[in-house]
Design a protein around this ligand. Structure first.
Ligand code: 13P
Length: 255
């Protein structure tokens, strides 16, 4: 069976709970049956998850619901942290782990990413594990080795079955929120290398099944050119995920 295309919206620190509920409604209305074909996921801030979950349940929307981060411990004295159990109770299906903004502003490392990826799987959810290079790394022609190291460390110690269910988002940091993107061919080169790394770690079936998303300035207008690349299985979308019509346009481009 081929890999199912996925389009995930990372709302970052935008939308109140009320705004998010309306956004989910508008996205669902705009997409209708398309949601049966493409796996669409919305990732509101923590405070918006419950309201989004309620809309998804009451309106019978076929859409995944994700958090943007999670702590690896199940409970305890960890002020400000959120656990997997708190997310699964709200019917979360996905968790973004290791976004470059969490690495830059909140001290996330490959080691904490790995602990979180394990905890997400242990709770029965799907991690969307992020990787991506800076412009300096790209200019030094070190993208491939840098991304390989991030994947080796972030996805270490999984079962082959979990590795096959993993979603890896390749987001070049210089493409996030800048309007700049790599060429589809160069994004696919990195996606292929990510797949090969998973294959070296967990074998060919995991390499065949792991989904690799591209992220960074994806819009309805440019999504299709990434989606037609053989190793790119969808997108992780920031800014364009905050408007129902542009997000819906990207999901349609994945059909
Ligand atoms: P933009 O789509 O706004 O460039 O953000 C990408 C991103 O960081 C998604 O996680």
């Amino acid at each position: 069976m081929g890999r199912r295309m996925m389009v995930a919206g990372n709302w970052k620190m935008f939308t109140t709970s009320g705004e998010g509920a309306l956004l989910v409604q508008d996205i669902a209305e705009g997409l209708g049956d398309v949601l049966e074909e493409v796996e669409a996921v919305v990732c509101p801030p923590f405070t918006g998850i419950k309201a989004a979950s309620t809309v998804i349940e009451l309106d019978h929307v076929t859409m995944g619901l994700g958090a943007q981060d999670m702590f690896w411990e199940s409970e305890g004295a960890y002020t400000g942290a959120i656990s997997a159990r708190m997310l699964t109770e709200l019917r979360c299906t996905h968790v973004i782990i290791g976004h470059s903004e969490r690495r830059e502003f909140f001290g996330e490392t490959d080691e904490t990413v790995n602990k979180k990826v394990h905890a997400v799987f242990a709770a029965g959810m799907t991690p969307i594990m992020c990787c991506g290079e800076t412009l300096a790394t790209r200019d030094a022609l070190e993208t491939d080795s840098f991304i390989r190291a991030q994947v080796l460390a972030g996805a270490a110690g999984l079962s082959a079955d979990d590795a096959a269910r993993l979603v890896i988002a390749y987001e070049p940091i210089w493409a996030i929120g800048t309007g700049r993107t790599p060429t589809p061919e160069s994004a696919n080169d990195v996606a292929r290398s990510i797949r090969a790394t998973v294959g070296a770690m967990y074998g060919p079936p995991a390499a065949m099944q792991v989904r690799v998303l591209y992220g960074g300035s994806v819009k309805a207008e440019n999504a299709k050119m990434f989606f037609t690349e053989p190793d790119i299985d969808g997108a992780l979308v920031g800014g364009a995920a905050l408007k129902a019509d542009s997000f819906a346009g990207i999901v349609r481009a994945a059909l």
